[in-house]
Design a protein around this ligand. Structure first.
Ligand code: PMP
Length: 416
């Protein structure tokens, strides 16, 4: 028994699928202690959009450390934060004609979600939240209360309150209008459901099985929130920061959420950071009303600033379009053709191979395990883990993308 199995809590999870001991990583390649090379189609669950140890970002971090820059600053004003706020305002907000205040939350995605729920309830002075079936927002109690997976909810015995789950536009019979359904719940004085303070949604349910919301659906959701005076919160933690092509995933619908949660790749280097974007008129926090020791990690500010500089100088969005085309083409031609029971879904650089009707969970597990043996890190997601999720760093070279895809193909051939 190794030290991990002996000492680390049973709660450990990814290490059970990816059983090697990892040691070093560069770009889209991860090396184990034994020297084995793996292609990374997992990218730290979306935290490594710019790749492992991105040279440009690394140099900025190294020189910051070398200059004895502040490494911990609570929420005090620091040069590192000043630079991040400046570039984020210019390159992201102003250039997209968006106006938001920025709240730095505790270090991980779920902290931003918790802050969003608390703020929405405070603003609207009511507890109710609508979330969507298939949603994933994190593991702390508030975030878990708006996440759909009953397996992970089970441990929270009785602590998940004031949330109603609405249907996401997926998995219902054709013609079922989910927005109309929500509208009827809101309008029916006998629906048994009170009007919520906010509706929280993902433009792509990543953990839910790579389910992409249609543009029209998002626009109608925005209109519905306006009509009923409900705040619209977009959780862009996994598919923001360029993953779907544009920096924010909601840009393709041309909508503006009231509150946006960002985390994962916002720090550029895999450092923990999460933030909320809040429409200025909704920034109703009192000073110090939502604090925490680790808000706005300084190295994450440096990494996040460098990441935005890197993004600007490399035409990353265009690059994502090319790789999207490659992935879609590969999946449609090489994987979907194996059986009409295999469904392919995705956008930008997040794609899913849905095996729910083709061998289900055990077959999906067989494929990802085989991929791992063949040198590819790739995870499963969705209901009963039946969807294989392709999530490489956005910076992956086309030749590495090709090699990773051929491993997936080989795994299918060998497992069938
Ligand atoms: N929201 C979404 C959409 C996520 O994908 C995740 C993480 N997978 C979270 C929230 C929670 O983030 P964290 O794990 O950093 O708390």
């Amino acid at each position: 028994m190794n030290i991990f199995e002996k000492r680390e809590s049973n709660v450990r999870s990814y290490c059970r699928s990816f059983t090697d001991i990892f040691h070093r990583a560069k770009g889209s390649i991860v090396y184990s202690e034994s020297g084995k090379e793996y292609i990374d189609f997992f990218a730290g669950a979306g935290a490594l959009n710019y790749g492992h140890n991105n040279d440009y970002i690394k140099q900025k971090i190294l020189s910051y450390l070398d200059s004895d820059g502040i490494t911990h600053g609570l929420d005090m004003y620091t040069s590192a934060k000043e630079k991040f706020l400046t570039i984020f305002s210019e390159v992201i907000l102003t250039s997209k004609k968006l106006d938001y205040h920025i709240q730095f939350c505790g270090p991980t995605g779920t902290n931003a979600v918790e802050a969003a729920l608390k703020l929405a309830r405070k603003i609207k002075k009511k507890p109710g939240i609508f979330s969507f079936m298939g949603a994933y927002h994190g593991m702390t109690l508030g975030s878990l209360s708006i996440s759909g997976n009953t397996g992970i909810r089970a441990g929270a015995i009785g602590a998940l309150n004031d949330v109603n789950f609405m249907p996401y536009p997926y998995g219902f019979m054709e013609g079922f209008d989910t927005i109309e359904y929500i509208e009827s719940v809101l309008n029916d004085v006998h629906s048994g459901v009170e009007k919520p303070a906010a509706i929280i949604f993902e433009t792509v349910q990543a953990e839910g099985g790579v389910i992409v919301a249609p543009i029209e659906w998002m626009q109608r959701l925005r209109n519905l929130c306006d009509k009923h005076d409900i705040l619209l919160i977009c959780d862009d933690i996994q598919v923001g920061c360029g993953r779907t092509g544009s920096f924010f995933s909601f840009e393709r619908a041309n909508i503006v959420p009231d509150i946006v949660a960002l985390s994962k790749s916002i720090s550029g280097y895999g450092f923990p950071m999460s933030l909320l974007l809040i429409k200025p008129e909704l920034d109703m926090w009192e000073p110090g009303e939502h604090t925490g020791t680790f808000r706005g990690n300084q190295l994450a500010f440096v990494g996040g600033t460098a990441a935005l500089e890197y993004k600007e100088s490399t035409n990353l969005e265009q690059d994502v379009k090319l790789k999207e085309f490659f992935l879609k083409n590969f999946l449609t031609k090489e994987i979907a053709t194996i059986s009409e029971n295999i469904a392919i879904r995705g956008i930008g650089m997040i794609w899913g191979i849905d095996l729910a009707n083709f061998g289900g969970s055990s077959f999906a597990k067989k494929i990802t395990s085989r991929c791992f043996e063949l040198g590819l890190i790739i995870e499963r997601t969705g209901r009963n883990d039946t969807v294989i999720k392709i999530l490489p760093p956005l910076t992956v070279e086309i030749s590495t993308l090709e090699r990773g895809c051929s491993i997936i193909k080989a795994a299918f051939e060998q497992c069938l």
